[in-house]
Design a protein around this ligand. Structure first.
Ligand code: 5GP
Length: 211
């Protein structure tokens, strides 16, 4: 059975650990490619342009949007974020499973535009743990942390739109669980239309006595 690449959307509250999870997944298994988003948010300490994000100003973002250069975009805590179209589509054509680490508005748009996409939501083991992780990161001011917790509360309302939730208690266990889900997702009929149609055609031919 030939496998086409699928879009894997990974969302989760800020501080749920999805960034670390995805980096591990992509470095362990070869079938994945991690999309790099474009954002107008300021660079945090330790982030590199072209690696963490493509950091751009608002006019550049708006211009990219206007020429349909993004497959989805959203505003999150006052900044624009979007997924570059060309790279993602190339990777999918090459059979890669493309991971998009995006928030819920974007996730819902992807589901609409790419029905075979897989939507995963990463949960922290508890809200206390989430708060502790956000504080420990040390890159955000208390106001930003508060805004992100508020946003988490809003996003919690949309979790039911996702296909699976995974709890990030143990990093490696959670990563392996995601990999298993992706492997299973490839077996959905919608991801194997060519194979199914071929099989149906052969079966029909057989029934009609053509073979
Ligand atoms: P952060 O500022 O913490 O890097 O990201 C803030 C939120 O924006 C996270 O939930 C992250 O997953 C999301 N995000 C990052 N890139 C994109 C994108 O391209 N599109 C959308 N819709 N959300 C994104």
């Amino acid at each position: 059975m030939k496998h086409e690449g699928i879009l894997i959307v990974v969302s989760g509250f800020s501080g749920a650990g999805k960034g670390t999870l995805m980096k591990r997944l992509v470095s362990k298994y070869e079938n994945y490619a991690l999309s790099i988003s474009m954002t107008t948010r300021g660079k945090r300490a330790g982030e590199t342009d072209g690696v963490s994000y493509f950091f751009v100003d608002r006019p550049t973002f708006e211009e990219t949007l206007a020429r349909d250069g993004l497959i989805e975009h959203a505003v999150y805590c006052g900044n624009y974020y979007g997924t570059p179209r060309e790279w993602v589509e190339n990777q999918l054509e090459q059979g890669k499973d493309v991971v998009l680490e995006i928030e819920i508005q974007g996730a819902l748009k992807i589901r609409e535009r790419y029905p075979n996409s897989l939507l995963l939501f990463v949960m922290p083991p508890s809200i206390q743990e989430l708060q502790a992780r956000l504080g420990k990161r040390g890159t955000e001011t208390p106001d930003v942390i508060r805004a992100r917790l508020q946003r988490a509360a809003q996003e919690a309302e949309g979790i039911e739109a996702y296909d699976f939730i995974v709890v990030n208690d143990d990093l490696d266990a959670c990563m392996e669980q995601i990999h298993e889900i992706v492997r299973a997702a490839h077996l959905r009929p919608g991801c194997n239309k060519e194979f199914i149609n071929q099989l149906k055609g052969e079966l029909q031919a057989l029934v009609k006595g053509e073979k």
